[in-house]
Design a protein around this ligand. Structure first.
Ligand code: PGA
Length: 255
């Protein structure tokens, strides 16, 4: 069984560095041994949060990265810059960024830039909607195959794949996925990885779920959905909810 990982995607929140520090400190108190917790904070907050301190149970991540090393890319942050903060993770390919025009090719280059800088990519994949003929499976496969296309197969096992159906994300979500839908996708994602590497690697990759996950359904996604953890948006902005989900994951591993 893979070690569970609970990742918070704070998105463009909270409003000030003081609030960010307060939230991070509260979350830090609720982390536990045996479950990895990661906070992907807005880049301007990373330095201050780093000073509060990461632990073996709590790491920091970014929400995006640019694939070029340096240069005339106004507003962008490079993997080298993120590495200089000594952060361990970065989200790539979140649907909110894909919606702003990020392509599968851009994401592949971002994954390469991150791994070159020893930062673990949290690769988001997910379909915009589901169709009865199962075409959405092709979308997911293309996203995975492309995201992993530039890195050596030997490091596949260190990446994290977050299955985030776009229709399940955010306050305007249609509905969360069901644990059965999550399970189906976890199997499918491992199959896609196995097809381009091997079964052992496919099992070692942590496949997590994101999209309106909350305290009420977290246990079901871990047990029945076979998710290795979560990428949480709204639930990561509330220390109590985030802490509860970490606790649920820790109960889940001690079973
Ligand atoms: P949500 O966001 O948990 O608020 O639906 C998840 C995400 O966008 O990563």
């Amino acid at each position: 069984m893979n070690k569970k990982i609970i990742i918070g995607n704070w998105k463009m929140n909270p409003n000030s560095v003081l609030e960010a520090e307060k939230l991070f400190k509260s979350i830090k108190k609720l982390t536990v041994k045996g479950v990895d917790a990661v906070i992907c904070a807005p880049s301007p907050f990373l330095s201050n949060l780093k000073k509060i301190g990461v632990t073996t149970n709590l790491a920091l991540g970014a929400q995006n990265v640019h694939f070029e090393k340096e240069g005339a890319y106004t507003g962008e942050v490079s993997a080298t810059m993120l590495n200089s903060f000594k952060i361990n993770y970065s989200i790539v390919g979140h649907s909110e960024r894909r919606a702003m025009g990020e392509s599968n090719d851009d994401i592949a280059k971002k994954v390469l830039a991150l791994t070159k800088n020893k930062i673990i990519p949290i690769i988001c994949v997910g379909e915009k909607d589901r169709d009865h003929s199962g075409f959405y499976l092709h979308t997911i496969k293309a996203q995975i195959v492309s995201a992993l296309s530039l890195i050596p197969k030997t490091i596949f096992k260190s990446v994290i794949i977050a299955y985030e159906p776009v229709w399940a994300i955010g306050a305007n979500a249609e509905r969360p996925a069901t644990p059965a839908e999550c399970h189906e996708m976890v199997i499918f994602i491992r199959k896609c990885i196995s097809d381009i590497s091997n079964t052992q690697t496919a099992h070692a990759v942590r496949v997590i779920y994101g999209g309106s996950a909350n305290v009420e359904d977290a246990g079901l996604f871990l047990n029945d959905g076979m998710a290795d953890g979560f990428l949480l948006g709204r639930a990561s902005l509330n220390a109590k909810s985030f802490g509860e989900i970490i606790k649920i994951a820790s109960i889940n591993i001690s079973k």
